[in-house]
Design a protein around this ligand. Structure first.
Ligand code: TYD
Length: 222
């Protein structure tokens, strides 16, 4: 039984990954490829508890190292419980975020640096690498506009002071965006960069093209 294909989707918050994963899964199902769909953080019972801890960080601030360690704890469980068994059984796995997110958000955004993230990945995840990563990266300007829009909503909902928060968020997302770009430049064979402000259909077309290429190259479709 040939090992399954491991595909990850990456991008900033609000980049449309979730919509694209659903459309890609439907496209694959039509071709009798029944993918396993999962997301990080979350995706296992333990992972959902870790996710709750991470999402609760507004009320209980987490140190950056704690945040990174929790992301990896979640990932180790997902690999053991969901990803490895599926790949071993020959299933394609579609994963919404993986270690590139930790490198971009904790390594870049939180400024912990790439090396620590990559070292931990080797140690905790046995260096499991996706066969293909689809990185959705609209321009920095529109990414920042989305981040600002979200901040305004947060301010409206919580009444928290916007100015400092907004600036920090802008700087944070700029670092995340730049780190994603750096990963794509470093690993052009694995990472397919889908750039610019494209429509949902245009992004889907580019995703299908990249995935078809891998499926044909590995004789999974003709
Ligand atoms: P989620 O609600 O799943 O957002 P999205 O739909 O954009 O994926 O929340 C995941 C958040 O966690 C998102 O802001 C990115 C962040 N994150 C990290 O900071 N590091 C990581 O390793 C992962 C997997 C996610």
């Amino acid at each position: 039984m040939p090992r399954g294909l491991f595909i990850t989707l990456e991008g900033l918050d609000g980049s449309g990954k979730t919509t694209q994963i659903k459309r890609l899964a439907a496209w694959m199902q039509k071709r009798s490829l029944d993918p396993v769909i999962t997301r990080q953080p979350g995706g296992t019972a333990t992972g959902d508890r870790i996710r709750a801890l991470l999402l609760d960080s507004g009320s209980t601030p987490l140190a950056s190292m704690t945040e990174m360690a929790l992301m990896f704890a979640d990932r180790a469980q997902a690999i053991a419980e969901v990803i490895e068994p599926a790949l071993a059984a020959g299933r394609t796995v579609l994963c919404d975020r993986f270690t590139d997110s930790t490198e971009a958000y904790q390594g870049g955004g939180r400024e912990l640096g790439s090396q620590r993230v990559l070292d931990l990945h080797r140690l905790v995840c046995g260096d499991l690498k996706p066969d293909l990563t689809l990185l959705l990266l609209p321009s920095l300007d529109s990414s920042l506009a989305r981040a600002r829009h979200r901040n305004e909503r947060t301010v409206a909902q919580t009444g928290k002071d916007e100015n400092r928060f907004e600036t920090e968020q802008g700087e944070f997302f700029k670092r995340v965006w730049e780190k994603y770009k750096e990963i794509a430049t470093r690993e052009p064979n694995r990472v397919v960069l889908i750039e610019g402000n494209l429509s949902i259909d245009e992004v889907h077309e580019q995703i299908v093209e990249a995935v078809s290429e891998r499926l044909i190259a590995t004789s999974r479709i003709t």
